[in-house]
Design a protein around this ligand. Sequence first.
Ligand code: UT7
Length: 320
Amino acid sequence: MGFRIIGTGRSVPQRAVSNDEIAKFVDTSDEWISQRTGIKNRYISVGETLNQLSAQASEKAMEMAGVTADSIDLIIVGTLSPDRIIPSAACELQAAIGAKNAVAFDINAACSGFLFALQIANGFFATGGAKRALLVGAEVLSKMTDWTDRGTCVLFGDGAGACIVDYDKDATVTFSSGSDGTKGDALCIDNRPLNNLFIKNEAPLDHTHMDGQEVFKFAVKTVPRAIEDAMMKAGIKAEDVDVFLLHQANLRIIESVAKRLKRPMELFPLIMSEFGNMSAACVPVLLDIQVRNGTLQRGMQTVMAGFGAGLTWSAAVFVY
Ligand code: UT7
């Protein structure tokens, strides 16, 4: 058993920010950012909330699927940057779109969030807990970014991607997911400091810290392994795959994965040039673009993979 993706959508803030514009604020250049990452642009919130972006992406996904909000019985939002700590982004999304029959919750698996959401939804399908899910990857990373740190602020963007996924008893999907908490410090943001009646703490709120090379090494080693494992479980080889939808952290990481799998770069669509790294939103936004431009066709053997803070990773193999 598995699922069928019946609708997709995306939304990004209106404000586009080029590399040249960032170079006015920190010591960097379009040349450095483009060559090292493949990123040329990103969208940054100037007021759009995660809830607004998620709701817009979800409305588009529902419209494509031709379904109403009350037919959705599971909502999972993968995010590390919800508008509020409680209620969850998923519960706020439920209220915004009127999905009154859904159970709704968030998961924080950073850039793997959308893939983990897909795997959890598949578990709900398997146990009869849901028949139709709305899965969202959404981030407003800009509020957590240290805009004086050129090592991180050039990388990230804001946005949301959504898809409507139906249970399908005849479909198959395989996953290969994992985590390595011992490497958590490689990409981290501390929560608000402990501050109560008994301890006073004036520390400011923390921002994103990343050991880029550590995360890079992890990604180029772990992502191909996860994809190979998911393909092995599915009984297919890399040559059988029509498209690889990968998390868009860095062009060089995707080139390395393609090389390791011995597949041409044409099978790895890229969107980091326009959107930057939107963490959990990357894969569903990429999915929506491929569906809407007709590149992703029914029957295509598809691989999706995410990786990031935790450290976490996940790959899925399914037929679109
Ligand atoms: O989505 C979550 C997962 N995240 C990732 O997958 C990120 C993985 N890591 C990466 O994509 C890359 O490591 C980065 C793009 C973050 C950095 O690229 P790098 O090739 O690993 O550069 P580096 O950190 O080794 O820095 C090389 C040099 C340094 O200068 P020195 O020490 O050689 O003089 C940095 O200070 O580049 C400098 N540098 C910059 N220069 C201009 C770092 N950031 C910048 C910048 N502009 N924005």
